[in-house]
Design a protein around this ligand. Structure first.
Ligand SMILES: C[S@@+](CC[C@H](N)C(=O)[O-])C[C@H]1O[C@@H](n2cnc3c(N)ncnc32)[C@H](O)[C@@H]1O
Length: 285
């Protein structure tokens, strides 16, 4: 049977122009993705841990919109988590990587007594958060200050106080690119609250699946590692990480890693991989 084909009218000019625009847009997006992948893979191997910290904090300083997009409330998973594990207000809470001051402001409004620290201070804009003071420091400064007492006066002041809970702010543990440093940060937090909870969130599967590096990406990473060795560094571990000029590097942290830290430090662990990966380290007994 012959089916009569009706001739489709050709799309109007503006629709054809739009299709060309979309073609260019897809190509540019692909190019940006490729560029980010190459730059991230080479830089991860080339830069020292402190240089990576500086790159991350510089990325956040120039992209304050990334930090919560001006959001002032807790996410619903965070609210449910904090309601369940934090002591009742007016407990004292220390927040690391406080950013824009989203958690600081929200917890303050709930009646908590909160202080925080954050390396990308250009992002600290929430009025309530500023009132409750966010000190300029990163996790390296924090673990150093808790461990040895060394640090800037403002940081020393907050590290010498006592707290009922410590929160490592939204996703921030993933910005500590070196596993030994992540352990030091957690140990410092545990020592500040021997009888209190430590809450941490991070990039982890399934939210951030494991990245399969093809041969080309492994080569890029090796180029970076060779450059790093040439610059006198021991060589970065080949960790799973994401790179974006908006936030720098974000390392994927697996449940086994946090379980090992909890077990070694005598803490009970409650791990949740969804809706956003987070863990509560409960005090011994
Ligand atoms: C996703 S933002 C979250 C900010 C804030 N907690 C919030 O939820 O709005 C991650 C934060 O981690 C901070 N950060 C990155 N690297 C850090 C480091 N090494 N030590 C402490 N904070 C860091 C960034 O500057 C950024 O403010």
């Amino acid at each position: 049977m012959n089916v009569k084909q009706t001739e489709r009218p050709s799309p109007p000019f503006w629709l054809r122009a739009y299709a060309s625009y979309r073609w260019i847009h897809h190509r540019l997006e692909r190019m940006t993705w490729l560029m980010n992948t190459c730059v991230g893979d080479v830089l991860f191997g080339t830069l020292s841990p402190t240089e990576k910290d500086a790159l991350i904090s510089n990325s956040y300083c120039s992209s304050p919109h990334v930090v919560g997009s001006g959001r002032k409330q807790l996410f619903s998973w965070e609210k449910a988590w904090f309601d369940e594990v934090l002591p009742n207000a007016p407990a004292r809470i220390l927040i690391g990587a406080a950013g824009w001051g989203r958690e600081v402001g929200a917890l303050r409004r709930m009646g908590y007594d909160v202080v925080g620290f954050e390396p990308a201070v250009a992002t600290t804009q929430d009025k309530d958060a500023r009132l409750s003071r966010i000190v300029e420091a990163d996790y390296r400064d924090f673990s150093e200050c808790v461990g040895s007492g060394n640090g800037a006066a403002a940081l020393k002041e907050i590290c010498q106080q006592s707290y009922d809970a410590v929160i490592l702010g939204w996703g921030s543990l993933s910005h500590v690119c070196c596993p030994e440093e992540r352990r030091r940060v957690l140990e410092a937090a545990f020592s500040l609250v021997p009888k209190g909870v430590v809450c941490a969130s991070f990039f982890s599967p399934p939210l951030m699946p494991s990245i399969k590096r093809g041969q080309r990406r492994r080569q890029l990473f090796e180029i970076g590692r060779t450059l790093g060795k040439w610059r006198g560094m021991a060589g970065s571990l080949e960790e799973d990480f994401i790179f974006s000029p908006h936030f720098g590097f974000g390392v994927i942290i697996r449940q086994a890693e946090v379980e090992a830290v909890a077990m070694d430090c005598g803490r009970k662990l409650e791990f949740h991989s969804e809706p956003y990966p987070h863990a509560t380290f409960l005090p011994p007994n």
